[in-house]
Design a protein around this ligand. Sequence first.
Ligand code: PLP
Length: 339
Amino acid sequence: MKERNINQGHCHPKIVKALTDQAQKLTLSSRAFYNDCLGEWEEYVTKYFGYDKVLPMNSGAEADETALKLARRWGTVVKGIPNDETLIVCCEGNFHGRTITIITMSNDPDSLEKVLAEKGDKVAGFLLEPIQGEAGVYVPDEGYLKKCYDICKKYNVLFMADEVQCGIARTGKMLACDHEGVRPDILILGKALGGGVFPISAALADDEIMLTIKPGEHGSTFGGNPLATRVSIAALEVIKEEKLTERAEYLGKIFREEIMKIKSPMIEKVRGKGLLNAVIIKPMNGKEAWDVCLKMAENGVLAKPTHQHIIRFAPPLVISEEELRDAIERIKKSILSFC
Ligand code: PLP
């Protein structure tokens, strides 16, 4: 069940075929020269997500760094913030990878308003995870994203969504921001963009933001390479062809409903959207989430605790209803074994 990186399932034949076909033609060329893959991918991805331009990178962390660089540049060039005074605001509990140093703040929209009211003229962007994955699948209150977006607009601050984990069908919409009809100014994608087969990530934005970076000012040796881009097109096609957004929505409801029916004092809460869910475990007789995970592994379900008392469940979105119900039975058996 711990496969938040694998929305399209392990070794999806169409995606593996895209990889092996391309591997025999061309795997890497300098981005300074034309190849027949990158342009096609750029057109496909920008149409798919509805943005003017895209910058390809490899990992989620790099896509986040790219977004921050873009926001800072936009802050200087368009908003007129003196270069060394630019601020980026982000949320407490967010996870954006392992390379980023950022300011944290509370998760309350009123504190965003407060920060921006005080420092808004120096703030270029607000970066958030629409649903916090690593923190333990924290789903914000309804209206939170829209409220934050509106506050950003009021202070001319870019709303940047890190959808590396919650994006691309995982939460039952193409993007987690779609749950509230919010269109991020900068959209950050990773993980499922490469179908679990090859690393590729991206920052998407419209021209006003993207064109503040000039040719030669940003790049990556492997970013947008022919293998990655061919794999990525296949991965995104699979999302639509196999209706993985709808599947995540439908199966996620079943998951939460069925887990909530388990009568155990160890289950404190079940939360999530689509197939990104967490079960909050109340320790009992010295047994905690880790022990539940070991028991589940014995019973054939792999999941990992985050933050000691939270177990995250993020199965591939291609899981069948029968497989899901079977997994739920195994989870139930594991939890009930402690009562
Ligand atoms: N952003 C979010 C929301 C993530 O969940 C992750 C990884 O789990 C990252 C960024 C970093 O991605 P990567 O490990 O590909 O650098």
